[in-house]
Write a protein of this length. Structure first.
Length: 65
């Protein structure tokens, strides 16, 4: 699923995010969403989230249950 739409991203789901320091390489980090930090309904680079372990990044892919 696409991480560019806020409606698709909810707390408690598993996602792959790109951290700020990994934007050049595109390396992803997997985790569970704690908070949504982007308020707009969509974002071209992905919705910004905070994972349960405290890392912040933009959602690249949503992992299906």
């Amino acid at each position: 699923m696409d991480g560019k739409l806020r409606a698709n991203v909810k707390p408690g789901i598993t996602v792959d995010i790109v951290l700020k320091q990994d934007q050049r390489t595109g390396k992803t980090t997997r985790g569970v969403v704690k908070d949504l930090l982007t308020n707009s309904p969509q974002h071209p680079h992905g919705i910004k989230v905070r994972l349960q372990d405290g890392q912040v990044g933009r959602v690249k892919t949503i992992i299906p249950e």
